[in-house]
Write a protein that binds this ligand. Structure first.
Ligand SMILES: [Zn+2]
Length: 459
């Protein structure tokens, strides 16, 4: 118990320090009132007390004297945790090939793909626009309710980039802000794990064994359900000794009962990205079999060209898929867990993000009230319903009145989202510029390459 208290105290200190640095203030404490979704259930007249960057308390509380009270008039959820994205690619509009493919290697060689996405992406990164692309895509991810994400590639940020990345949200593998400064991030993210050098693979195996690495997220078996080469990826991963506790497979469309049982036994998780899978392969992972086997399953949008613009849109897609199915696999509240507590646990950070509980980081998503139950309300919400997104106790996005009631005087930029106007508190970065300059510069550069800047949300 004493050790647990000590660990919590160190963690609070790290959270506090981060918040104070970010705000320039000496103390921050306020109470958010609304209907609060906690691991124990929905608290109708709930209060979340935020102290610095962490949650001090939650429940039906009487607010301590002198604490600022903010009536959100909304539903308060933990910020959503996205374990599968390709951030800088989300500047592009949707890509519709009109074809279905056997596996990912097929469409990645298609001239139409190279023309619409790969070539312009390479060109934009080559022009040094990576940081601006990342910033735009961060706002897009936050508009979809995410506060933590994996899938920002350091190489996209230019040769001068040194981690940690400091932006609006937590980048789980390159700048989470969860751990004290100088601590290497315990999350690794790989798109092509089979081309890992033996040195890298060995470093990952050792890291997982010693818990220096808590989570390895890898793309695997992305193809049709009967694609032999996709299935072979699983066998190769296993043969290389990388099917280990702490590993999470992204996609897994070609996997079956036998692999799912093995994954469950070894503590290997799965990230499900149904929209992108149906778009590219006409099928998705057999999540019914994975669930039956006991695999922990998270939900994530992949990327906006073929998947969803963000987590809320992917949740709505999955909820619609389930409600149209004769044999639905997940309830609305399970889908909510697949976007919050499950991915947080798979990232090795289940005690810090993914749930509204005492001591966790104050990462919150507040949406418009609804008559639906907690899980259902979020699964059927759209980015237009978002009232505020908070990361580490700082409101970074939402409706102007609510954001300003928490952070009066902060510099806000207006963003058009699904026919509504939201505001975002952009970090000051002269090399990227304000929102207007950033979007104008990206759109002009993309039009010169025969494409254009995609919307924040097309839903
Ligand atoms: Zn992917």
């Amino acid at each position: 118990m004493r050790l647990a208290r000590l660990i919590r105290r160190i963690f609070f200190a790290a959270c506090w320090a981060a918040a104070l640095r970010a705000s320039g203030q000496t103390s921050i404490r306020f109470a958010l009132k609304g209907r609060v979704v906690t691991p124990e259930g929905l608290v109708q007249n709930g209060t979340v007390i935020v102290s610095g960057s962490h949650i001090e308390d939650v429940g039906e509380l009487s607010v301590p004297a002198g604490t600022r009270v903010i009536e959100t008039e909304g539903l308060i959820y933990p910020g959503l945790v996205d374990l599968h994205n390709h951030l800088t690619w989300n500047v592009f509009p949707r890509w519709k090939s009109g074809m279905k493919f056997p596996n990912r290697y097929e469409w990645q060689l298609l001239p139409a793909y190279l023309k619409a996405l790969a070539d312009p992406h390479e060109h934009l990164i080559g022009e040094g626009l990576g940081p601006a692309m990342a910033r735009y895509a961060e706002v897009k991810a936050i508009a979809g309710g995410a506060t933590a994400l994996a899938g920002l590639y350091p190489e996209d940020l230019g040769p001068g980039f040194r981690p940690p990345y400091r932006g609006l949200m937590r980048m789980l593998d390159v700048g989470s802000g969860i751990y004290p400064d100088g601590t290497p991030e315990p999350v690794r993210y790989h798109v092509y794990p089979l081309v890992l050098s033996e040195g890298d693979a060995s470093e990952i195996r050792d890291g997982l064994a010693t818990h220096r690495i808590r989570s390895l997220l890898i793309h695997l078996a992305e193809g049709g359900p009967n694609d032999a080469s996709s299935m072979m990826e699983y066998r190769i991963l296993k043969a290389r000794g990388l099917l280990l506790p702490g590993v999470t497979l992204i996609h897994g469309v070609a996997l079956h009962e036998e692999q799912f049982r093995e994954m469950a036994r070894l503590g290997v998780g799965l990230v499900w990205s149904p929209r992108s899978n149906f778009e590219l392969y006409g099928a998705t992972a057999d999540v019914a079999a994975a669930k039956r086997a006991g695999v922990r399953i998270a939900l994530a949008p992949d990327w906006s060209p073929t998947g969803s613009d963000g987590m809320l849109e992917e949740l709505a897609y999955a909820a619609a898929l389930e409600s149209s199915s004769r044999e639905p696999v997940f309830s609305d509240s399970e889908l909510l867990e697949m976007a919050t507590s499950v991915p947080a646990a798979l990232a090795g950070a289940g005690d810090r993000i993914g749930a509204i509980r005492r001591g966790a980081c104050a990462d919150l998503l507040i949406i418009r009230k609804s008559d639906l139950p907690g899980g259902s309300a979020l699964d059927h919400a759209s980015p237009a319903d978002v009232l505020m997104v908070m990361v580490g106790g700082r409101p970074v996005y939402g409706q102007r009145a609510l954001v300003e009631s928490v952070s009066p005087g902060v510099d806000l930029s207006e963003v058009s989202v699904s026919g509504t106007t939201k505001v975002v508190a952009l970090p000051s970065d002269p090399s990227i510029g304000n929102w207007h300059d950033l979007t104008a510069r990206l759109d002009a550069a993309m039009r010169a390459l025969g494409t254009h800047l995609g919307p924040i949300s097309s839903d």
